[in-house]
Write a protein that binds this ligand. Structure first.
Ligand SMILES: Nc1ccn([C@@H]2O[C@H](COP(=O)(O)OP(=O)(O)O)[C@@H](O)[C@H]2O)c(=O)n1
Ligand SMILES: [Ca+2]
Length: 496
């Protein structure tokens, strides 16, 4: 036998058995890795869903949330899948025909059916939370509010989801869940990072919620909400001002200007040239102002615009009461407020209004923001109408709403020109709307654990990599052992 042939025979790579072992080994490794990847991906692609209806004073919105099925009790994975805006007004406006409040929700619920796989419908929780519009209706006419809830419940039960109830949220809940949403989406809770305060402006109420080192809940306990989330304790300061949403605040401002029952007013919060006839009965048709209704001489008054930001600020200041405070410090109306702390996210109408006015950039000095708003308010109504194509009822109110926002923040909550830049106007965080609905669902589905969940020591990618490298290593070792033993097997028979 030639040396070359001998070497060839001794080299196990030329033996069919070695080739077969190698092929089997490679197939085993590829199968192992494929199974690891596919097995995990199939699970990750399955989602669970939850639906929350936000029955606000001005309108109702339906939100669908989704999260990976295996992350039920895990961190930061719930996201907004779909949003549907219910046509028409808020459910509290259907007092004369409550069944229509129920019917108004049907088309969004049908959309929800289309957006959630059918087999998941029965296990998808469905919640409805009503806010300040229904709070006011309950104050005004509690049996009418019961009728509206009954009608809404009837509609919700008619859908194949897991109905979990329709209820009135307390102001503290609305504020606290808005805070949870913002901090959950920003991933601040799992990390125990300094939290962001939440400013929510609705049509009928407004909420402020933040953590202050100087607040432990002992002063004014009604304003405290305590949580233990992912192993961290929080005591949140929160307050909801009923009647201080932007639509009710406008009524308060109009009430202030029509105290004496005039036949015309020149309102500095509306543009020059604005001229509308208003019914006293309509303006005062709300528990926020009904007790201020003047002894009427006339049924209507003419609402004229004056277009003056500074005077508008004065009118708005007059709807806040700064005279009495039985605590160490107050915001307004005798409500306790600890010192402001940290960053704030301002959402809902804060965002809509400031975005319309192109004033969402809070790195712009407050003085400049005020100057721009002042210029906007001073723009004649005819020109405003030419420049914007939106319903006039909404268009007319932006000067008031912008001025209200700045006055509420600066005079009401005690932000300063320095701290103004700690506010960010936000609509969405990572594709989910900022608002109370997500926090509400996370809470009711127990999706935020009190203690930090035990997480696997490796991430999924590292886990697959480690297993793959180890499999290859073992295989190589196996081949090397085989290789080192082969010549002996090969040569031994020849010795004999
Ligand atoms: N695109 C939009 C949507 C709502 N909004 C306003 O945002 C406010 C939402 O309030 P809401 O209906 O949630 O009322 P609350 O029950 O929260 O007080 C209303 O004043 C709406 O007019 C807006 O200015 N622009
Ligand atoms: Ca709202």
């Amino acid at each position: 036998m030639s040396t070359q042939r001998e070497m060839k025979e001794r080299n196990p790579w030329h033996r069919p058995v070695t080739i077969i072992i190698t092929v089997i080994g490679v197939i085993a490794i590829v199968t192992l890795v494929t199974v690891l990847v596919i097995q995990n991906r199939t699970i990750a692609q399955k989602y669970k869903y939850g639906i929350v209806l936000d029955a606000g004073s001005s309108h109702t919105s339906l939100y669908i949330y989704q999260w990976p099925a295996e992350k039920d009790n895990n961190t930061g994975r719930v996201e907004q899948k779909h949003h549907c805006q219910v046509a028409g007004k808020g459910i509290s406006s259907y007092t004369a025909t409550p069944y229509k409040a129920g019917e108004s929700l049907i088309s969004c619920l049908k959309e929800a059916k289309e957006n959630i796989p059918q087999k998941m419908h029965p296990e998808t929780p469905l919640y409805l939370g009503a806010t300040a519009g229904m709070r006011l209706l309950k104050l005004e006419n509690s049996s009418a509010s019961d009728e509206v809830f009954k009608a809404v419940e009837k509609t919700l039960r008619g859908f194949p989801f897991s109905y979990q109830g329709a209820r009135l949220l307390a102001g503290q809940e609305e504020g606290a869940f808005g805070w949870v949403t913002v901090n959950y989406l920003d991933d601040r809770l799992t990390q125990g990072l300094e939290t962001t305060g939440a400013l929510d402006l609705g049509g009928a109420s407004t909420q402020i919620s933040f953590v202050s080192d100087e607040y432990n809940g002992s002063e004014s306990p009604d304003n405290a909400v305590s949580f233990r989330l992912y192993g961290y304790d929080y005591t949140l300061y929160t307050h909801s001002f009923l009647c201080y949403g932007k639509d009710q605040a406008l009524r308060l401002a109009l009430a202030h200007q029509t105290k004496s029952g005039p036949t015309a007013i020149t309102d500095p919060c509306f543009h020059n040239g604005y001229n509308e006839t208003r019914h006293y009965a309509a303006v005062y048709d709300s528990p926020c102002v009904s007790d201020q209704k003047p002894q009427i001489v006339s049924e209507t008054f003419i609402h004229l615009g004056g277009g003056n930001f500074t005077q508008c600020q004065e009118v708005i200041k007059s709807i806040f009461n700064f005279t009495s405070c039985r605590y160490s410090r107050c915001s307004f109306n005798g409500i306790f407020q600890p010192p402001l702390q940290g960053q704030f996210g301002a959402f809902s109408a804060y965002f809509f209004v400031m975005n319309f006015l192109n004033l969402t950039d809070t790195s712009v000095p407050l003085k400049t923001v005020m100057q721009k708003l002042s210029d906007y308010c001073a723009t004649p109504w005819t020109q405003i109408k030419k420049e914007h194509d939106i319903p006039l009822k909404y268009l007319a109110e932006y000067c008031f709403s912008g001025t209200y926002i700045l006055t509420l923040m600066m005079e009401g909550y005690n932000f300063t020109s320095e701290t103004y830049s700690s506010i960010k106007y936000i609509q969405k965080i990572k594709n989910s709307d900022a608002g109370w609905t997500l926090g509400y669902m996370l809470n009711l589905t127990n999706m935020i654990p009190a203690e930090a969940p035990d997480s696997p020591p490796l991430t999924y990618t590292s886990y697959v990599s480690v297993v793959t490298v180890m499999a290859i290593l073992l295989f190589v070792i196996f081949i090397l052992i085989l290789y080192s033993l082969w010549p002996k097997f090969n040569t031994e028979p020849k010795i004999i």
